[in-house]
Design a protein around this ligand. Structure first.
Ligand code: SF4
Ligand code: SF4
Length: 454
């Protein structure tokens, strides 16, 4: 195969012909809205990939336009010819990664982040412990007071300031690997803990497991699962993404569950496309497809269980910032809003363009900070128009980004951002027990879940 043929294959060049250049996707693209250039639109990016595949421009010309793409996939939802933009983007990112001449320092950094840190539960746990220690001992306040945080690279100080309080190592070590259904069992589900979710957003994971159990699911949490591989795939590191996918497929094949549940829109989108990773491998492609068929967002499963009732009123105006990967890849739009509206007292107000990316997009807001803030500022304008006191999201990245937006707007005293699951838990769900044919409804008192090993 000639090198140009090989490049065409890497770039998913054939898929670029599905684009008929109509431009319907332009108004849906956040980077076209803020940057205003064709090369930062879906149509422009697809054209550049096509030209690179034909050897009319060098591969490097693709780098900036593709690195500035959020990967939000809003263009895919509106495209009348069903262009598979996600596959074109991932193919091009992979080709760029393969053809990049990286310095030794960059190779070591990438190896540390992508191969050592994210796939390792031990390392993610260590990060969680270090964050807890930093927050709990007063180090965080001291570092802020003497201006140390402003020395952090890549604007990390901005994100450090909006991180949630991380539970103690003792609290986090209580994660069970099995929890029985508190209400009469309707389903057996597996739970994807995620890497960042399990260390920094541990409380949301704990609430997810509890809520599933309250709604009537028996929950299995396999200890051998790992990071979903989304950050790897979006950075063109397809080999590592495949390895991580195989580990997760194996971990859940042994559980005999009806569904595999996640609570992070970005991770869920990756899990929903595991079969794309194994196009040339029949055996793993079949196993991945079986995994994909059972993979669901927690809002879908809770809606399916259809048993949630709440005892506490939340008398607030609430709006919803959708995760783009939940909306545009997993196509889940109705369930999160329907669950929200079950909470007594809530006044739901829809935000204009609620399904448009907030600029978080994995690590986009870290590596493209200024561009991301332009997108966030537009988002916050629309959030403010709702006068909501609570902005609900379904993904950790969106949650941090909305917290950052609230801080930038100086609204910390009147507005908060929360994960959907945490708000449902705050409304004190009821679980039902059947004794001698009588059903009694008991409010959930927030008790810690028990360690029940299968
Ligand atoms: S990606 Fe779809 S919507 Fe956008 S220009 Fe191409 S065909 Fe039209
Ligand atoms: S994925 Fe999002 S940012 Fe990228 S081209 Fe499509 S709409 Fe624009």
């Amino acid at each position: 195969m000639s090198s140009l043929e090989k490049l065409k294959r890497q770039l998913n060049y054939d898929k670029t012909f599905d684009c008929v250049q109509c431009g319907y996707c332009l108004p849906a693209c956040p980077t076209y809205e803020t940057m205003g250039e064709e090369k930062h639109s879906p149509r422009g990016r697809i054209n550049l990939v096509k030209m690179a595949g034909e050897g009319r421009i060098g591969l490097e010309t693709l780098r900036e336009p593709l690195e500035k793409c959020l990967g939000c996939r809003a263009c895919q939802t509106v495209c009348p010819t069903n262009v598979q933009y996600g596959e074109i983007l991932e193919g091009a990112k992979h080709a760029l990664d393969q053809n990049d001449t990286k310095s030794r320092a960059r190779q070591i950094t990438e190896d540390l982040i992508f191969n050592k840190l994210f796939p390792s539960r031990r390392w993610m746990n260590t990060i969680g412990n270090a964050t807890w220690f930093y927050q709990k001992t007063g180090l965080q306040k001291l570092a802020g007071r003497i201006g140390l945080t402003s020395l952090a690279p890549l604007n990390l100080d901005k994100f450090e300031a909006v991180l949630p309080a991380v539970p103690s190592p003792m609290e986090r070590s209580k994660t069970p690997n099995f929890l029985e259904a508190r209400t009469n069992k309707k389903l057996r589900v597996g739970f994807i803990t995620g890497c960042v979710m399990d260390s920094v957003f541990h409380q949301t994971n704990k609430n997810t497991i509890e809520l599933l159990s309250i709604a009537g699911a028996e929950v299995v949490i396999p200890g051998s699962q790992t990071c979903c591989g989304a950050l790897h795939a979006h950075s063109g590191k397809m080999e590592t993404a495949r390895e991580l996918a195989k580990r997760n497929i194996l971990a859940f094949e042994q559980t005999d569950v009806d569904y595999i549940v996640n609570n992070a829109g970005g991770c869920g989108a990756m899990l929903a496309e595991y079969h794309h990773l194994f196009k040339d491998d029949e055996e793993w492609s079949t196993r991945a497809q079986r995994f994909v068929n059972r993979s669901k967002d927690v809002s879908v499963i809770l809606s399916m269980l259809d048993g949630l009732e709440f005892t506490k009123e939340i008398n607030e105006v609430v709006t919803y910032q959708a995760s783009c990967h939940l909306t545009h890849v997993q196509k889940v739009t109705i369930e999160p809003k329907a669950l929200l509206q079950k909470i007594p007292g809530i006044r739901y107000k829809e935000m204009k363009d609620y399904d448009r990316c907030c600029g978080s997009a994995g690590i986009y807001n870290i590596v493209n900070y200024e561009d991301s803030m332009d997108i966030l500022d537009l988002k916050m304008e629309k959030a403010k128009q709702t006068s909501a006191a609570t902005i609900v999201t379904t993904n950790p990245g969106c949650l941090l980004q909305m917290q950052l937006g609230i801080k930038r707007e100086d609204l910390e005293d009147s507005v908060r951002a929360v994960h959907l699951i945490d708000l449902l838990m705050e409304a004190r769900p009821v679980f039902k027990r059947e004794t001698n044919g009588q059903i009694s409804a008991l409010p959930f008192e927030g008790q810690a879940y028990e360690l029940m090993n299968e």
